[in-house]
Design a protein around this ligand. Structure first.
Ligand SMILES: *Cc1c(COP(=O)(O)O)cnc(C)c1O
Length: 231
């Protein structure tokens, strides 16, 4: 299957899920998760008009992407970020979608203020309480962080992100995604000065469900690039 065919298949599935749930066409953005795949494959997909890419490791971003990416190519960090790698990642990505603690937000904010930039972020929430996953663990923890983040001039909040449960069936997956959507509503009411319009949820195996539950961004890896081979 060509890259174009894989992209078309994915975009059709997205549009079908939107139609099935009575949502506005083209109201979901597709992030291509390119971890473990080569820059050549990324350029191939970019050549098919896919502009948004996601990577989960700082080192891989550093090694794989040239500093002068093609105009229009967007790259987001979607994996846990260690505080000591904040300075390194800032010039390399367009958004950090995996902010999972107040401490990390503070680190990113200070580095951004020093460089006089404002970094788009999403807050990652652990909707399934699986300990293997990062993310804020409770509403209290999230609101404590947001109380502080709402004053941080180096950050621009754009919404929330979650990873669906790795175990369990459709019911568990749906309720995790529904929880993130409820949180989005509460956050919007609570912090009228912040933007929570992005709901990043759903991967290759569960993005149709995420779209039915209100995702505005889905993160798709293997369906676009094929199986991942970890070395
Ligand atoms: C790897 C990854 C994805 C994509 O996973 P696939 O199952 O290959 O679609 C999405 N989100 C995050 C945070 C990831 O690490």
């Amino acid at each position: 299957m060509t890259m174009q065919a894989r992209l078309d298949r994915t975009l059709e599935m997205i549009e079908r899920s939107l139609r099935d749930s009575g949502r506005v066409p083209s109201s979901v953005s597709l992030m291509a998760v390119s971890k473990t795949h080569s820059y050549k494959e990324i350029l191939d997909l970019f050549g098919c008009s896919q502009t948004l890419f996601g990577e989960n490791r700082v080192q891989e971003v550093e090694e794989k992407f040239p500093l002068d990416r093609p105009e229009g190519m967007k790259l987001h960090l979607i994996g846990h970020l260690q505080s000591n790698k904040v300075k390194k990642i800032l010039p390399l990505v367009d958004s950090i979608d995996s902010v999972d603690s107040l401490k990390l937000a503070q680190r990113i904010n200070s580095a951004c203020l020093a460089q006089e930039i404002r970094m788009p972020i999403l807050l990652q929430y652990n909707t399934s309480a699986e300990s293997s996953k990062s993310g804020f663990e409770s509403e209290d923890e999230l609101y404590t962080a947001l109380d502080a983040i709402s004053e941080m001039q180096g950050l621009r909040v754009g919404g929330l992100m979650t990873i669906g449960p790795l175990v369990g069936g459709e019911k568990e997956t749906r309720s995790a995604f529904a929880l993130l959507r409820e949180l989005q509503q509460t956050c919007t009411d609570r912090y009228p000065n912040l933007d929570f319009s992005t709901l990043s949820m759903g991967m290759s195996s569960d993005f149709p469900l995420a779209i039915q539950e209100g995702a505005t961004m889905v993160r798709v890896g293997s369906l676009l690039f094929g199986e991942r081979l970890y070395r």
